[in-house]
Design a protein around this ligand. Structure first.
Ligand SMILES: O=C(O)CCC(=O)C(=O)O
Length: 210
């Protein structure tokens, strides 16, 4: 599903080179270690087809300890219940996500079925996600964006204040959260202007209870 050409390894090398040039020239804060970004990860056709199917799914308002968020979600493979339920089995990852899942596993350097969970999130205009780290039961995260762009922000506490980094994440792009970008930095997305879907694939770090 990723575009043919230089391949994921080539794109990763190019991005690393671009990031270091960016830092050298403009003195911007460095990209959090373990974070990688690939624009144009999926084609327009794939985006259209994924968005079309996602629009038919039974998405529910995100619930966190009794509060409902403006974004709507559905999980496959596993779901994380924030009311104390923790990690529980969900419907298997459906066939329409299999190609993009394989591509995400390649990007993360994981074997087939190395990403056992996917959360599909719908951000309608005005929806956001606050500062957080993904739950420790999860390992690597690969996020794929559909339909519209957002600002993906990072922050990490230091003695006084925060280290910060942010990047415009475009539709059809993918990002990888691994290493410190996953475990030391928090991330958030401020309110989006236009409808956006994200597919966030995750590996499981801890053996599930069931
Ligand atoms: O929408 C995204 O790309 C990020 C989603 C996210 O941070 C999360 O579900 O924990």
């Amino acid at each position: 599903m990723p575009r043919r050409g230089m391949g994921i390894e080539g794109i990763k090398r190019r991005n690393r080179a671009r990031n270091s040039v960016f830092v050298d020239l403009f003195g911007q804060p460095p990209t959090p270690d373990g974070f990688q970004y690939i624009p144009g990860f999926i084609s327009e056709d794939a985006e259209r087809s994924l968005a079309h199917t996602i629009a038919t799914l039974d998405l529910k308002e995100f619930e966190f300890q009794g509060f409902k968020g403006k974004r709507r979600v559905v999980s496959f493979g596993w779901r994380y219940e924030f009311d104390g339920g923790g990690l529980t089995r969900a419907e298997p990852i459906p066939d329409f996500l299999r190609d993009v899942e394989r591509s995400a596993e390649d990007f993360a350097g994981l074997p087939s079925d190395g990403l056992q969970q996917v959360l599909i999130t719908e951000y309608s205009p005005g929806a956001a996600i606050g500062w957080h780290k993904d739950r420790p039961v999860f390992g690597t995260v690969v996020g794929i964006s559909l339909l519209s762009a957002c600002t993906f922000r990072f922050r990490r506490g230091k003695e006084r204040g925060w280290d910060r980094f942010s990047i415009a994440v475009e539709p059809r792009s993918a990002y990888l959260l691994d290493g410190p970008s996953r475990t030391e930095w928090e991330h958030s997305i401020p309110s989006v202007e236009h409808l956006r879907y994200s597919l966030t694939f995750r590996s499981l770090k801890q053996a599930p209870r069931q």
